[in-house]
Design a protein around this ligand. Structure first.
Ligand code: HEC
Length: 123
C-alpha cells in the first residue's frame, strides 16, 4: 500500500488539467530530467550508493511518485516539495539528520553527507 504523500506536483497536474490557464500561470512545467547515471562523477556515484542504503526504501529518486515519502526528482532544482522552495544543502542536511514532519531522522556518517548531497543535485 502506498500512502499519498508528496502530492504537490500531482496537485499541480490536476490543476493543469482542470484549470489549464491557472496551472500555466502558476508555473507548472515538466521537471528537468535527472542526470544520466553514466555521466556521474565519482562523488555522485558514491552518493547514489549512500542513497540506496539510506533513502531508497522510502523515496524514489528520479520520479515524483510517492513511496513512503515523496519522490525526489529535481529536489534541488524546483519547488517540488510540499514545503515550498528548492531546499538548500543546509536544509537537506537538517532534514536528513534531524527528520522533517513525518520523516524520521536518518543517521549518517559525516563523510557520506557531501556525496549524498552531490547525488541529490543530479536528480
Ligand atoms: C523511513 C522512511 C524514510 C527514509 C528512510 C527517508 N525518508 Fe525522506 N521523507 C520521508 C517522509 C515520510 C517524508 C515526508 C515528510 C513530511 O512532509 O512530513 C520525507 C521527506 C523528505 C524530503 C522533503 C522534505 C521537505 O522539504 O518537505 C527530503 C528532501 C527527504 N525526505 C530526503 C531524504 C533523504 C536524502 C533520505 C536518505 C538519507 C531520506 N529522505 C530517507 C520518509 C523517509
Amino acid at each position: 500500500m502506498r500512502r499519498k504523500i508528496g502530492t504537490g506536483l500531482m496537485v499541480c497536474g490536476v490543476a493543469l488539467s482542470v484549470f489549464a490557464m491557472a496551472g500555466a500561470l502558476s508555473g507548472c512545467k515538466p521537471l528537468p530530467p535527472s542526470k544520466d547515471p553514466k555521466l556521474f562523477t565519482p562523488e555522485e556515484a558514491r552518493g547514489a550508493q549512500v542513497f540506496q542504503t539510506k533513502c531508497a526504501r522510502c523515496h524514489y529518486p528520479t520520479t515524483t511518485r510517492g513511496l513512503h515519502g515523496p519522490g525526489l526528482q529535481a529536489i534541488t532544482k524546483v519547488k517540488s516539495m510540499p514545503s515550498g522552495a528548492p531546499p538548500t544543502d543546509e536544509r537537506l542536511t537538517a532534514t536528513i539528520l534531524h527528520g522533517h514532519g513525518m520523516m524520521e531522522p536518518v543517521p549518517m556518517k559525516d563523510e557520506d553527507m557531501p556525496y549524498l548531497l552531490a547525488y541529490l543535485h543530479t536528480l
